[in-house]
Design a protein around this ligand. Structure first.
Ligand SMILES: [Zn+2]
Length: 173
């Protein structure tokens, strides 16, 4: 979903997020890398100077797998959205960015348009944890059992995996 910045009223436009909106669902799936279980939120997009801000809130749940035990888990993320998007004259960008506070989350408009899918994706990318483990923070286990790694490593005297041999040959080239 795209918004032409030139068409925006000063008070902006409100956009609801839900799992029924294909653009929003796809943005979340792309950012969080799993099927969407739930999605809701409300964003207000309004012009600020030459750019726009997207503010409001968003929440999403996606299904992933635990990085430790590989069990299915639900990742719940959400919070306040406050993102700024500015026009992107490629040459001026570096200089302008240097003048902005380090912690400001910043994106760019494309041909005077804001891609709302990119807004949603950026928000959830910023929220996502680097590692997913059962029961940690926003990660809930979806199946019975405990978080233990699936299989023990093969004994040291076993034949090495032929794929590693191939990798070794590749590396020594
Ligand atoms: Zn686990």
């Amino acid at each position: 979903m795209r918004i032409r910045v030139a068409d925006l009223d000063p008070q902006g436009v409100q956009v609801a997020l839900d799992a029924g909106a294909a653009w929003a669902r796809e943005a979340v799936e792309g950012a969080l890398d799993g099927p969407v279980l739930a999605l809701d939120g409300l964003l207000t997009v309004r012009p600020v100077g030459p750019g726009v801000v997207a503010q409001g809130h968003a929440r999403a749940s996606v299904e992933r797998s635990c990085d430790r035990c590989l069990a299915a888990v639900r990742l719940d993320l959400g919070g306040e959205v406050d993102l700024y998007f500015q026009p992107s004259p490629p040459v001026a960008v570096e200089r302008e960015v240097a003048l902005l506070p380090d912690d400001l989350d910043l994106g760019f408009l494309e041909d005077g348009e804001l891609d709302l899918g990119a807004v949603v994706a950026e928000f959830f990318l910023l929220e996502a944890p680097a590692v997913l483990r059962c029961g940690e923070g926003s990660v809930a286990r979806l199946e019975e059992g405990t978080c233990t790694p699936p299989a023990a490593a093969p004994p040291a005297d076993q034949e090495p995996d032929p794929r590693f041999a191939a990798l070794k040959a590749f590396k020594s080239r």
